[in-house]
Design a binder for this molecule. Structure first.
Ligand SMILES: Nc1ncnc2c1ncn2[C@@H]1O[C@H](COP(=O)(O)OP(=O)(O)OP(=O)(O)O)[C@@H](O)[C@H]1O
Ligand SMILES: [Mg+2]
Length: 360
């Protein structure tokens, strides 16, 4: 059964594409797309959203992302969970990879990975699980048609030392490991532990975008400095150049400190990395991860959910979707005009030549 939390409402669809209800109705019927009724509400499933993007000639984003910050508890897992789930609803096939031995991301989806019952990315690296050979595909747990996860478990604590003992190349490690599934997914998202070890560096090195969540406190700024330093070192040593987005999470507009932190970053050398989308502090989001409650349950609607949705749209570049559509339709109009002019000219020419021939 389709879970309402992993679908898009018609209202959201109309806001994203700037379409009126009538335009949506016509678009769905012209392209033979289905609206799905779940309970009292009409929804767009991730499959239908993907077909809608195709019908509008919009290319999906394809990228690897990492949530990383050496400071613990800033929201790495919450953002990975919330943003991956939302992006999957926007028709993007999304795979999350839990790199943290705490396995919070894994358990937040209600997956029990205790006692090593399901393979992790460490087992994929080792190439075997419970005495049998495994490939990366065997470790993927599907959550919906467009959202999947490679779980973590406590045993991941030894990943770092196994990795180091084999002197693996940090710059190419994950690119090689992910190669067999790279085509299968649009978005691959690593959730890192609060540490800056080689595994975190390897995830960062394979990424197009690194999301660094910070909170409104001094320790977050120290964590940010250390995390950015590690990315600069990566850049120097492995010639990788991931984009960086600093996301202020748990932002409380009633507290001065939040504004002070934002103003501090806006004036220092990291100012270009600061995302305009802050994530508000939210009672409903607090504990979502621990209590395995879905952030996207429509009953929890609030500013933080809106902020997360806006950040998801920013990440997949949805602000350009309407422009792509407009420029395509303008191009079509232009082509039609050109074709019409060309046809008119040809008709005139052939008429002329016909006239000419008869005259001769
Ligand atoms: N916007 C928010 N509003 C309120 N609480 C939040 C918000 N974002 C995250 N939290 C809460 O903060 C706590 C820490 O979040 P989370 O586990 O995502 O951090 P983390 O950086 O992944 O931690 P760790 O470093 O231990 O992996 C959780 O209880 C989570 O529910
Ligand atoms: Mg975490």
């Amino acid at each position: 059964m389709i879970d309402l939390c992993y679908t898009t409402s018609i209202k959201e669809f109309s806001e994203i594409f700037n379409m009126s209800p009538q335009e949506i109705h016509d678009f769905f019927s012209d392209n033979q797309l289905e609206q799905t009724r779940i309970g009292n509400s009409i929804r767009v499933t991730p499959e239908t959203f993907e077909l809608a993007l195709k019908a509008k000639n919009i290319k999906k984003s394809k990228m690897i992302l990492t949530s990383s910050c050496v400071k613990g508890g800033v929201g790495k897992t919450t953002l990975t969970h919330g943003l991956s789930a939302k992006i999957s609803c926007l028709g993007h096939k999304t795979l999350m990879i839990d790199l943290d031995q705490q396995a919070n991301l894994t358990s937040s989806f209600g997956i029990d990975s205790s006692m090593g019952s399901i393979p992790s990315i460490l087992d994929v690296y080792r190439g075997h699980f419970q005495g049998k050979k495994i490939s990366i595909t065997d470790a993927i747990v599907n959550i919906t048609s467009h959202l999947a996860i490679i779980p973590a478990n406590l045993e991941m604590a030894s990943f770092e030392s196994e990795f180091s003992s084999k002197t693996e190349n940090v710059g190419t490690f994950f690119k090689k490991l992910l190669k067999p599934i790279q085509e299968q997914f649009d978005i691959i998202w690593f959730d890192c532990p609060p540490a800056l070890g080689k595994i975190t560096s390897a995830a960062q090195a394979s990424s197009n975008l690194i999301i660094i969540p910070i909170n409104s406190d001094k320790f977050s700024i120290d964590g940010l400095d250390l995390t950015i330093d590690s990315i600069v070192t990566l850049h120097k040593n492995f010639e990788v150049n991931p984009e960086v987005k600093i996301v202020v999470n748990k932002f409380d507009s009633r507290q001065k400190l939040g504004f002070q932190i934002v103003s501090y970053i806006s004036q220092n050398e990291y100012k270009d990395y600061l995302s305009n989308n802050y994530i508000s502090v939210s009672k409903q989001i607090d504990n979502c991860i621990a209590s395995k409650t879905n952030i996207w349950d429509p009953r929890f609607k609030g500013p933080a959910q809106d902020d997360l949705k806006n950040l998801s749209l920013e990440i997949v570049g949805a602000d350009k979707w309407v422009a792509v559509e407009l420029s395509l339709s303008e191009n079509n109009d232009l082509n039609n005009n050109l074709n019409n002019n060309l046809n008119n000219n040809l008709t005139q020419q052939s008429d002329n030549s016909f006239i000419g021939v008869t005259h001769v």
